[in-house]
Design a protein around this ligand. Sequence first.
Ligand SMILES: [Zn+2]
Length: 509
Amino acid sequence: MTKKYRYVFLMSGFALLMFGLSSCSEQDMANIRLLAHLKKYDEARNLIIERNYKQSNPISRDEWEAHFAVDDSDQFTPIDTGLLEENEKLIIEQSRKEAIRKSNIDITPLRGDPVALAKFCEEIPKGGMLHVHPYGLFTRDVVIKILSKYNPVVEPEYFIKTINDQGQKLYDYEIEALRSLPKSEHFLSLSEADQSLFVDFFFLPTDPPSHDFTRFDAIFVFVIWMVEDEHLDEKMEMLYLDFLNRAAGHGISYIEFTNGFPPTLESIEKLTNWSDKFYKETGVVVRWNLGQLRFLPGENNGDLIKKWNALLVEHPTDAIVGVDLYAIERGNPALERAQEAYGFLSGYNRDHPDDHPLEMTMHAGELGDPRNVRDALVMGASRIGHGVKLKDDLVTLEYARNIKPGIEMNITSNYRLEVFDMKTGPHPFLRFLRLGIPVSLSTDNDGIFDTNISKECIAAVSTTDVTYAELQQMSFNSISTSFASPKVKDILSNRLRQSFTLFEQEYLN
Ligand SMILES: [Zn+2]
């Protein structure tokens, strides 16, 4: 079905749902105006490829925004907006009823029984996790193990200065605590209490539970200091195995990690070997997304991805599957930081469908420019990391209903980094799911946020009216929207289906 026809299909469904709610002419006008907006999105896809793949001439923000502007006659009226919102509510309500009908297990009683809910969430089959940062996975045990084994010299002023220089943040009481440690001492020479105080800095403070992103970002100064030396790979391997074994225990069979690697043959070899080894030792299929730091200039990110793409065309590997723009979103908008990489890849993948493609996901709609989700999707991302701000963008939400990007949701992370506030309403993952967008659950930074995929299930169930069928759907989405090869997806989906059959048999007996 061509794009145009898909829109017509979507619109006819919309018109049907609206029937009876308002006069026919109002519906028609809302439909026509929505279509005019969506047409701009499709045209922008071609424009981004033209300017970043065929030419090397990135689009300015002004030109970009001018492109999305519709004619005066196509501007939404308050009536149009009301109709669109009403339509959304109807779809959500229909979906909810359908999900209740399809659920083989009624999870309502679990909401009043934390012990039973925890057991249920431990045991329900999970599929994959598509949003995982290795540097955020350290548990207290692993931090202590690494610090004890390598016994580095701890110099509190180094951390205070670096965090300050990089614009990150520690609270005054924390700076005071760091300064209470000896000025320069090997980790193992610190008293037990001082060791424990120092290890606390590898995690987000729990009181209060939520913090600004700059406080979260400061943790990586400690992590990088701990791991980045000649023993990096050894330390990371210890970390990966620890995490993957725990994830397997929660029923996870597939992981995509996002991390930065230099575009070299050695990187390809290392990541391929790790994927093989981790699968053999833990049973979890591991794939990698090449991380791009969004605070770097767009040109650097473009160059990096072009190098990686050329290298992978010559030396394809199943282990490396995609790219992912990440790090602090605030002040680093998607268009300016990513069009040279994502626009290039969109064009390359379109023209070379038989090459092993690098697929695209992007952190967007977490804490940055509200237009980032729109721009990520238009630039060719087939998945979005977080995407919470999509809730406030009616047109992009309609666009997402149409192109169905995977959305990697991290409820605990969003709560702990002030991305959403439970007091102002539930997390929007369920709204997106009920609108037909393939949402899946992940953890972002297991260790730092003290979470895991079972705890994410508990968060989902205890804060919304999500049904069993919808939890099941999210498990399947985590495989279907993954960047694994079709063959691997088939194997994992079949395995997941079998796991659900067994799970239901045991649960209901
Ligand atoms: Zn993330």
